[in-house]
Design a protein around this ligand. Structure first.
Ligand code: ASP
Length: 339
């Protein structure tokens, strides 16, 4: 049976071609993708292409586009077996994380991919990324989708979307999930690590919850920083503090008083690590005690992208019951290692 895949093209390098006369890059008409990439017809699936009206550099993508994509998938969920999103690489991890929270009880594959070189470039990585992503987006076994979560496929690796980070602006191998194993690898065979795949435990059916609040701020601390500057910032509902190592910060009374003041103003403080591998562990060093004292929330081993989009999704979300701290601590869709 031929599986049906909906390909949503949002923009980014992958949709560009080089004008060999001028040497500059231009977006090409994605409606013509089958002419550009006739190999696509050889894959055992039926592809429908839905391009954004105006292709975007992914630095121009945000909540509005995340909602658009989530709702478009929602509208077409029953008519397709899988979804492939072509996206600029710069903010792909944010979109993948946001979508993972918005698409509830997913039972079908959602794969995001992009490329470092334009599809029309001789040495492009776009072809492999796109073609193999199509395979993964249409992979079924016994009439059940093998992938039932939001993933990123890039340079031979299938990764959990909300665990990814873009770590290279240079190499084809641009994404990593330092705190989660690779879900699949493309070599001679397309391999899948079934034990690591996400399965929703909910009995409810698929639905979209596109709630996003923007009252979230992210701040990286650094040696010598004026902690009092934190009080000069506009009142925000959530402050994500990216702190040192396994969750340490300046062990001074002033730091504690300032963070307590923020808490008294009603700001939730989430703590994540500046290390991309490993995570926050309150109590390991005395320099993390302040966080326990002010009832800060541990982001454990979450990526910055995931902690930001998770906070945006949970904050003031009428569909969730419980305090922000309780909700944030939970593992919603494989984004955090807890318990
Ligand atoms: N600036 C581009 C983007 O993120 C980079 C890329 O696609 O690789 O849209």
């Amino acid at each position: 049976m031929k599986r049906k895949v909906l390909l949503i093209y949002t923009g980014g390098t992958i949709g560009m071609e080089k004008d060999y006369e001028t040497g500059s890059l231009r977006a090409f008409d994605f409606g013509n993708i089958f002419q550009k990439l006739p190999e696509m017809r050889l894959i055992e699936c039926e592809v429908s292409v839905h391009p954004f009206k105006k292709p975007l550099d992914s630095s121009d993508m945000g909540p509005q586009e995340w909602k658009l994509i989530a709702n478009y998938i929602g509208k077409n969920y029953d008519n397709y077996d899988g979804f492939l999103i072509l996206h600029g690489t710069d903010t792909m991890s944010y979109t993948a994380s946001a979508l993972s929270f918005m698409l509830k009880n997913l039972k079908k594959p959602v794969v995001l991919t992009g490329s470092q070189l334009p599809i029309g470039d001789l040495r492009t990585d776009a072809k492999e990324n796109l073609l193999t992503s199509l395979y993964y987006a249409s992979l079924y076994e016994n009439d059940e989708a093998v992938i039932q979560e939001v993933t990123v496929y890039f340079e031979y690796k299938l990764l959990r979307g909300n665990r990814t980070l873009k770590y290279s602006a240079e190499y084809f191998d641009a994404y990593q999930t330092p705190n989660y194993p690779v879900l699949g690898q493309s070599g001679v065979h397309l391999n899948i690590e079934k034990d690591f795949l996400w399965r929703s435990k909910s009995d409810h059916g698929f639905k979209v919850d596109d709630h996003i609040s923007r009252d979230v701020l992210f701040w990286r601390i650094f040696p010598g920083m004026h902690v009092e500057h934190l009080l000069e910032m506009p009142k925000m509902k959530v402050l994500i503090l990216q702190v040192f190592g396994s969750g340490t910060i300046f062990n001074s009374l002033q730091t504690k008083q300032i963070l307590q003041k923020l808490r008294d103003r009603g700001t939730e403080i989430v703590v994540v690590s500046q290390c991309v591998s490993g995570g926050v562990s309150f109590g390991k060093y005395s320099n993390s005690n302040i966080f326990t004292q002010i009832d800060a929330i541990s982001g454990h081993d979450m990526t910055a992208e995931s902690s930001i989009t998770k906070a945006m999704h949970l904050l003031d979300n009428p569909k969730y019951k419980g305090t922000f701290a309780e909700l944030f601590a939970k593992n919603i869709c494989g984004e955090i290692t807890v318990g």
